[in-house]
Design a protein around this ligand. Sequence first.
Ligand code: PRP
Ligand code: ORO
Length: 484
Amino acid sequence: MSFFEKLNHAIAHNQSLLVVGLDPNPEMMPKRYSTGEYSGDLMDGLKDWLHVIIQQTADLVCAYKPTYGFYKALGAPGLNLLEQTLAAIPDSIPIILDAKHGDLNTSTVFAETIFTRSRVDAVTLSPYSGQDHVAPFLIYPGKAVFILCCTSNPAAVAIQQYPQPQTPLYLQVVKEAKTWGAPEDLALEVGTTSPDVLAKIRAIAPERLILARSIWAEGGAELTQILAAGLNANGEGLLIPVPQDMLATEEPAAAIQPLREEINQARRQKIQQGSTCELWMPDVCFLEQHPHQDLILQLYDMGCILFGEFVQASGAVFPYYIDLRKVISNPQLFHLMLSAYAEILQDLTFDRIAGIPYGSLPTATGLSLRLHHPMIFPRKEVKAHGTRRVIEGHFEPGETVVVVDDILISGKSVMEGAAKLETGGLNVQDIVVFIDHEGGVKDRLRDNGYQAHSVLTISEITQTLYQAGRITQEQFQAFNHSVE
Ligand SMILES: O=P(O)(O)OC[C@H]1O[C@H](OP(=O)(O)OP(=O)(O)O)[C@H](O)[C@@H]1O
Ligand SMILES: O=C(O)c1cc(=O)[nH]c(=O)[nH]1
């Protein structure tokens, strides 16, 4: 189950937006865990305290959030304690590791460690190293990241409000972070006591999950104001931390229950005030999710799938345009896309991979490197100078080539490419594309002796975008009319 599926399930099952921090902070540990039977054994005291918190709250929260720094500060026994704490959390509750990781050099290894060798579902990251730093965390399907957008530290104002309060840096961080990942894998962490700050972020990121922090600080706003500013119109999209002092009481559950009810009351009010379909929580209403939903939504968010009137190469006007050429500028997304192509190619038999220029040359290169098959390509136009080759790269006549392209509209480009390869003595049987525009193009290719395979059809894409609320009913209907 992905992070968001787990989270939505826990929110619904426990009727809660509460997140409990599982922090082995000796200063906050209640005295009863350091006296009597615990005297002199800090690690035992911390472990039992955290386990009691989990036992008491597992049916009251939607996520747990261990802070990595507290465990690291305890040395090797601390890291051992982290493993024990994670193991004590029920499988149904997602785990957000609060690491605020920010180092580019260690991002790949850290992402691999937490997402493949521990039960962590999501991690908090510092935004300063940019997308390069975040991308290694996003290559793990179903995992998520929380980007730290702002904190409530008084001294941070000088940075976060720069250059001026009307156009503060923290809002730029939100805007930029939105381009790094889809709402299904990239959420925001917002430390603030100010409903105004939360409202500004909610306004520019209505679709993002927000993990609120620091809302209980002295002098902060009322919880009702925080909820009004941060909840989306469905009364969701906001995770609320349980105040630390509640976790030190003998019966944390007794203190947390009324808080959960207060929050749920505000959620009901928000929904009654009139929810619209514009604001949504990822995944919540999907009955059947497309296996490549994540990829489709990210492509849409990146501007690779455009709706509106577009003239096609053939001169026809469609209510959409697919521009997959942009994907190369988003390594994380490009990686996901190559994996989807590779799933098809691995079942085919071929000696070389040929990309159709220009759009599909990077794709063919990526697949060649990943699948360890050499690449060639048929030129779009032959140069009047130099070697004047039609086919670039080395090959032997008689070899079999799989042709790779991004989209099939009329099939003209791939057939022209295949014909050039065939004039070089190569065999072409299979053509693999990312998107099939449908309308009988695969049949046309079959009639010409080629077997076409596609990752997605244009109908699957529009259906998924419509279900996810990315395109309007009018856009969906315009598409349906165009294919009637
Ligand atoms: O099935 P078809 O009707 O041939 O249409 C699909 C082709 O159109 C696009 O390429 P384009 O000609 O725009 O060239 P580019 O890759 O050089 O941008 C796309 O990359 C496909 O190759
Ligand atoms: O050739 C076209 O018509 C065409 C190319 C492309 O990349 N995307 C698209 O929607 N149409």
